[in-house]
Design a protein around this ligand. Structure first.
Ligand SMILES: CC(C)(COP(=O)(O)OP(=O)(O)OC[C@H]1O[C@@H](n2cnc3c(N)ncnc32)[C@H](O)[C@@H]1OP(=O)(O)O)[C@@H](O)C(=O)NCCC(=O)NCCS
Length: 163
């Protein structure tokens, strides 16, 4: 794990469930991580849905990353995963997804799927490390700000594989 400039170990994130009152903070976090933003209203609606499972990582009382999934019966789908640029590459994303898989498993979800842009190397590395494997491809799935579109890889993992 890389050390910050002051030579101290990076603060370990506190992990907790996402709540509706996180809507504004998570909308801002999302905007720091993606080119096409979510509205605060869309974030609030997602956080309020009974089917949403969400985990927030906090450092010094502030959200620095989050993951949201939609679960129904024994299947779940990761809706989004974002870590603030200042807190990347120290394992926050990995611990968020690992915690999501463990929480989902405890709720009876056995399989989790997701879409990821084919050129998103950090996300692909993280998902592969946690047992996700490719199961399909969606052509032109992600709109790009330049008017183009990027292909998405569909990946799936057994939540039981995380034991
Ligand atoms: C993807 C994202 C959540 C990862 O968060 P993170 O906290 O940096 O994740 P981790 O530190 O746990 O793991 C990152 C992995 O990417 C690797 N990585 C980092 N930068 C990389 C790069 N430029 N190219 C390739 N791999 C890279 C790290 O080595 C690590 O790999 P490892 O798991 O094999 O050790 C974060 O980069 C992000 O928010 N990106 C923008 C939003 C996004 O793309 N979300 C995912 C949508 S599906």
């Amino acid at each position: 794990m890389p050390l910050p400039p002051d030579g101290l170990s990076p603060a370990l994130p506190l992990l907790r469930p996402a709540r509706p009152d996180d809507a504004i903070a998570l909308t801002e976090l999302y905007a720091s991580a993606f080119e096409v933003p979510w509205t605060a209203l869309a974030m609030l609606a997602t956080l309020m849905a009974d089917t949403t499972l969400g985990v927030v990582a906090e450092v010094e009382g502030r959200p620095v990353g989050f993951v949201l999934a939609q679960c129904a019966a024994d299947e779940g789908q990761v809706l989004t995963l974002a870590v603030h640029p200042a807190h990347r590459a120290v394992g926050v994303g990995g611990v968020l997804v690992r915690t999501l898989l463990q929480t989902a498993r405890a709720q009876g979800v056995h399989r989790m799927t997701l879409e990821v842009a084919v050129d998103n190397a950090p996300a692909l590395a993280l998902y592969r490390r946690l047992g996700f494997a490719p199961v399909g491809m969606r052509r032109g799935y992600y709109p790009a700000p330049d008017g183009g579109a990027r292909d998405a890889l569909v990946m799936a993992a057994s939540t039981l594989a995380d034991e």
